[in-house]
Design a protein. Structure first.
Length: 330
């Protein structure tokens, strides 16, 4: 039986040009630039234009990733979109994208694992490719989180922004070196209340009461999320290292979910891993949920830090609570 492996063939990212700076937030809530920088590392976030939806920014990142992979749009044979901020509840954002890309007939589905969505997507894409189902899977993490943020809630509004990152995951030979080695996923649904958008689903439809009470916005228990983020990202990275018989010294770059620099720092400290080898772009985009890992990946490639042949450890945590890691040679 032929065995296949998967590789990251191309990357792309798109951050809308409009910015929300810390100074802008100072005008909206009782906060200040110094507090935000010290507690999160964030300097500004990007905000999509009113006429942009998630599929629009996903499309921009996708075109760049397909071009970077040296492919035509018509080479893509499966579309996965990781998002918690879809264009519509149905049809999926992946289907909206599929129509825009002109890929009629190509399977398309959304994944909701919050900020771990891209890592879950890698796992799905890798499994599809190993099974021989597809050759070039477009995997996108895309979010318009500014639409769900209450700009009166100072703990939440300082964190989130809009953005999209995409990769093409491609079939390669089983003896190739530049492959996705593994992915490890976990979830703890009992901790779902720590980060939740309560109204808007079937349990709590949006009514005037919900709007008045603000349950249609993201709500968060920040300190608890922080602790669980460090715990679960560290745990899934440990699983990844053990499964591949790797030591942290053999990792060229750690790309964690970009939620807060202090969380990334704590994960690096857990492994005594040098901070200079942690890719962080959180200062320039804030938390863009499922988009942070592919955007950070792409930005580090473009600024020359991340190069072909390097070993990369990706990890993320998110609402759910979900978490995961993936190791690959790029
Ligand atoms: N500006 C100024 N003061 C603030 C702000 C603000 N924006 N927000 C909170 N504070 C205050 C608090 O009220 C508190 O005041 P008090 O001491 O008088 O009670 C004080 O600052 C310290 O609050 P802490 O909650 O202890 O601050 P902490 O250092 O934990 O930082 C933060 C808060 C930034 C939210 C941090 O906990 C964090 O980043 N948590 C993780 C959040 C996260 O990643 N969420 C997304 C996860 S899920 C997903 O990604 C979709």
């Amino acid at each position: 039986m032929t065995t296949y492996r998967s590789r990251v063939a191309g990357t792309g990212s798109y951050l809308p040009p409009d910015l929300i700076t810390n100074a802008d937030l100072e005008k909206l809530v009782d906060t200040n630039d110094q507090w935000i920088r010290e507690r999160t590392g964030i300097e500004h976030r990007h905000k999509a234009a009113d006429n942009q939806a998630t599929s629009d920014i996903a499309y921009e990142a996708s075109i760049l990733a397909i071009k970077d992979a040296g492919l035509q749009i018509s080479d893509i044979d499966c579309i996965l979109v990781a998002t918690v901020s879809p264009d519509y509840l149905t049809p999926s954002t992946a289907c909206v994208m599929q129509a825009r890309l002109g890929l009629n007939g190509v399977p398309a589905l959304d994944l909701n694992a919050a900020c771990s969505g891209f890592i879950y997507g890698i796992s799905v894409a890798d499994a599809y490719i190993r099974m021989g189902m597809y050759k070039n899977i477009l995997l996108v993490g895309a979010e318009l989180l500014t639409r769900y943020v209450n700009y009166k809630d100072r703990e939440v509004c300082i964190l989130f922004g809009d953005g999209a990152g995409a990769v093409v995951i491609q079939r390669t030979d089983s003896n190739a070196e530049d492959v996705i080695y593994s992915s490890h996923l976990r979830a703890e649904g009992s901790l779902g209340e720590l980060f939740i958008r309560k109204a808007g689903g079937t349990r709590l439809p949006i009514t005037q009461k919900e709007i008045d009470e603000g349950t249609h916005w993201f709500t968060m228990k920040g300190r608890d999320i922080f602790k669980n983020a460090v715990r679960t990202m560290s745990a899934t990275c440990t699983q990844a290292l053990a499964a591949n018989d790797l030591k942290m010294e053999q990792i060229d770059w750690l790309i964690p979910h970009q939620a807060n620099w202090r969380i990334m720092e704590a994960v690096a400290d857990h492994f005594k891993f040098p901070k200079e080898k942690v890719i962080s772009v959180v200062h320039e985009m804030g938390n863009t949920s499922a988009a942070t890992v592919p955007v950070a990946f792409d930005m580090a490639r473009r600024d020359g830090r991340l190069r072909r042949g390097q070993t990369i450890l990706l990890t993320a945590f998110g609402a759910g609570l979900t978490a995961g890691s993936a190791v690959l040679k790029f």
